[in-house]
Design a protein around this ligand. Structure first.
Ligand code: GAR
Length: 200
């Protein structure tokens, strides 16, 4: 099994989708071995604990600088022999040093059709606010490799979702999660785990 480390910051519904996919056999070449949060009260940590998955918290405010923050994360990833890192609602931008170290080994789910509504400042509900303000009729979600450019790495999967009259950012976020993110993230995770396994 390819050991997966999931980095989270919030509610962890995408983490839940990954856990469910591992249980149902959609993910069959990987196992979620570690969940790291940069927020100590992230509900994602409870979801991991409820499923017997090891957790860790790394707080920026307890680090001298961004480098030390990333070093702590790397130490945890190495100690747990993590081979694939999944950013599932992880609201921190990783440095070029970090992303180079794990080239093609970090994937992220983003709640829009990249290259729309992405990059620095576009995260969580802000992404849906931007889509609604622009007036696009179709949005969606993207899973991509993570490189030094925020939301700029190679695209692995995308799924479109319709925007409907009367949508609020919250309603749209829920539809994008249910109809796109929770489907394409586990599928992409399995695809990359399989590739990693076959390349060993
Ligand atoms: C998800 O919609 C995810 O795509 C987004 O934050 C939400 C996290 O929800 N991520 C980003 O905006 C990253 N740029 P979750 O904690 O319930 O998975």
């Amino acid at each position: 099994m390819v050991k997966i480390g999931v980095l989270v910051s919030g509610g962890g519904t995408n983490l839940q989708a990954l856990i469910d996919a591992e249980k149902s056999g959609i993910i069959k070449n990987g196992e979620i071995s570690l969940v790291i949060s940069n927020k100590k009260d992230a509900y994602a940590l409870t979801r991991a604990e409820n499923n017997g998955i090891k957790t860790a918290v790394v707080l920026k405010k307890e680090c001298r600088d961004a480098r030390e923050f990333e070093e702590k994360i790397i130490k945890l990833l190495e100690e747990n022999e993590i081979e694939l890192i999944i950013l599932a609602g992880f609201m921190c931008i990783l440095s070029a040093d970090f992303t180079k170290r794990y080239e093609n080994r970090i994937i992220n789910v983003h709640p829009s059709l990249i290259p729309s509504f992405c990059g620095e400042g576009f995260y969580g509900l802000h992404v849906h606010e931007a889509a609604l303000n622009y007036g696009v009729k179709v949005t969606g979600a993207t899973v991509h490799f993570v490189n030094e450019i925020p939301d700029g790495g190679k695209i692995i999967a995308q799924k479109a979702v319709e925007i409907l009259d009367g949508d609020t950012p919250e309603i749209l976020q829920k539809r994008v999660m249910e109809n796109a993110e929770w489907i394409i993230l586990p599928e992409a995770a399995e695809k990359i785990c399989k590739q990693i396994k076959e390349s060993k």
